[in-house]
Every structure is written in C-alpha cells, then in structure tokens.
Ligand binder design. Structure first.
Ligand code: ZN
Length: 61
C-alpha cells in the first residue's frame, strides 16, 4: 500500500498581516508617511513556515 500524502498550505500559514503597520504598508512618523520597515512596505510578513519555504525554493532555483 502506498500512502498518499498531500500537503495543503494556505497563504495564511506563510504570511500574516504586519502588526507594525496593520497591513497599511506605511507608518506615520512625525506626520509623514514612511514605508514600513518591518515588512519592507509589503503589508505582510513571512511566518517561520513562509521563510522556510522561501529558503527552500531559493535553494532549488
Ligand atoms: Zn508593516
């Protein structure tokens, strides 16, 4: 018997809304809009799983 294993990963497992800018991609500093440094202006940050997957993909590309 061959056991089939399927892995289902949702994007929620890979990234989550940046808590620093609340997904707004920028923060207000001294009344000026600045690109959020925590998420590099993406509004989301990678989870540990997301980073692992990214590292894996980069390694094999
Ligand atoms: Zn952010």
């Amino acid at each position: 018997m061959v056991k089939k294993v399927s892995v289902i990963i949702s994007t929620d497992d890979l990234e989550h809304t940046c808590p620093n800018c609340n997904g707004q991609k920028y923060i207000i500093v001294n009344d000026k809009q600045e690109s959020c440094s925590k998420c590099d202006g993406k509004g989301v940050i990678l989870t540990a799983l997301g980073q692992t997957l990214l590292h894996f993909i980069k390694k094999h590309l």
